[in-house]
Design a protein around this ligand. Structure first.
Ligand code: GLC
Length: 435
């Protein structure tokens, strides 16, 4: 019996890598805080969502969708410009769609012809991004969709994808599909330098992918690569999509690696070991893929406050861009990203490497924390004074300008006169250094 227990424990350890590896991975993740997500493929030519036209069977027929790659020729693509933009935005990692649900590979996989090097463009985009990222010291990760509408072992491809896009794990071919995933992931993990994260994106049948197998393999090849929760296991972090969780995510709120429901969360502060790392991914307009008709852009203030809200609950923020078919990032995205970067240059200390803040229910803003400092983000600046119900404050600094600010003790906290403080329309940040 003891032997079985020991063997099981050893097996679990081999799968998850060591605790210290995970701690280091999460430290890097938390230091980075803000990342750029890139959804890009031939679908950008048609201003449709990535993969969904063939899955829903609407908008475009499958043959037409598959034929897009014959016209895909993003000659204006400049990997360095992408990395530079992320840098200017204050983003500290990038996640690129190496393969979306449609199965099209934006890297030069040896195991399929449905890939970027078989387009008029003909060059490996993942490789160019990896080289540019390496040169800039920018961590790069790969989104990799376990679902693959193009692979005949994933589903019966004689039927339209809309009939069986969830995959057919009960067919005898399924194990061959898992082998395909393995050899492709090996390509991504051995040819493109350090991989910051393997960002899986499952749809259904999560248990059918044998998540442990891929965790084990990834950690054998790159122990520092993070793994998200979309292959049936919690991995290093969970991934709410298009929204911020309503409370702080705890380990006990996670069931089978799925993203937690808001009802399972509270604003109570968890212990560090109960805290569950997470990342919200979000689009700037409505779609992940480039769509020239989608002009529903979120404002810079909205996006910055989403980043702040995420950080205030201990989370990361992965903000998406869908590059154009020419290979550029549209000006509306660039403008917002750069404006976020300007704010972060002044206030980044309050975001990078911080954890959830001690005051979760302030009427006027948010908090984060790092060591003995609490950062206070004020969204609605009062006219004369700001009351902060925080004990043990010894100094207050305004991050913009870096000056110290006078305060008085008030009740159990402090009162900061703010008449002379120029409010930042996005968020004004005070650092409260504690005793
Ligand atoms: C949604 C979309 C998918 C996209 C993902 C990113 O699940 O359906 O296309 O890649 O979000 O999180």
């Amino acid at each position: 019996m003891l032997r079985i227990v020991a063997a099981t424990l050893l097996f679990a350890l081999a799968c998850s890598g060591s605790d210290s590896d995970q701690a280091e991975r999460l430290r890097r993740f938390n230091e980075a805080k803000f990342g750029m997500f890139i959804h890009w493929g031939p679908y950008s030519l048609a201003s449709v969502e990535a993969s969904w036209p063939i899955m829903s069977g609407k908008l475009m027929n499958e043959a037409e969708y598959r034929a897009l790659r014959q016209r895909f020729n993003p000659t204006a693509f400049d990997a360095k410009a992408f990395v530079k933009l992320a840098r200017e935005a204050g983003q500290r990692y990038m996640v690129f769609t190496s393969k979306h649900h449609d199965g099209f590979c934006m890297f030069d996989s040896a195991y399929t012809d449905y890939k970027i090097t078989r387009t008029p463009y003909g060059k490996d985009i993942a490789a160019q991004l990896a080289a540019a990222a390496r040169e800039e010291g920018m961590p790069l990760g790969f989104y990799y969709s376990p679902p693959d509408m193009n692979h005949p072992a994933y589903r019966d491809t004689s039927k339209p994808a809309s009939a069986n896009w969830q995959g057919e794990p009960a067919r005898p071919e399924w194990p061959l599909y898992l082998d395909y995933m393995e050899i492709q992931l090996r390509e991504l993990l051995t040819r493109y330098g350090d991989v910051f994260v393997v960002w899986f994106d499952g749809l259904s049948h999560q248990g059918a992918y044998d998540g442990w197998r891929f965790h084990r393999m990834i950690h054998q090849i790159q122990p520092m690569a993070l793994i998200n929760n979309r292959i049936g296991l919690t991995g290093d972090y969970v991934t709410p999509e298009q929204k911020l969780p309503k409370g702080i995510i705890t380990k006990s709120s996670i069931v089978n690696g799925a993203n937690p429901k808001d009802q399972a969360l509270s604003s109570k502060l968890p212990s560090p070991s109960e805290f569950q790392p997470w990342e919200t991914c979000m689009t700037i307009n409505k779609t992940w893929a480039y769509n020239r008709n989608d002009t529903n852009f979120k404002s810079t203030t909205f996006l910055l406050r989403a980043l702040i809200d995420a950080a205030s609950r201990g989370g990361n923020f992965l903000l998406n861009v869908g590059p154009t078919p020419e290979g550029t990032i549209q000006p509306e995205f660039q403008e917002r990203l750069r404006a976020m970067g300007v704010w972060l240059k002044v206030n980044g200390e309050a975001i990078y490497g911080t954890t959830f803040g001690p005051l979760q229910e302030l009427p006027y803003g948010k908090t984060t924390a790092k060591g003995k400092t609490v950062f206070l983000f004020v969204y609605e600046m009062p006219k004369t004074e700001l009351d902060v119900p925080l004990d043990g404050v010894r100094r207050v600094r305004l991050l913009a300008g870096g000056r110290t600010v006078k305060f008085t003790r008030h009740g159990g906290g402090v009162r900061i006169p703010v008449e002379s403080v120029a409010a930042d329309p996005h968020a004004t940040v005070f650092a409260l250094d504690l005793r």
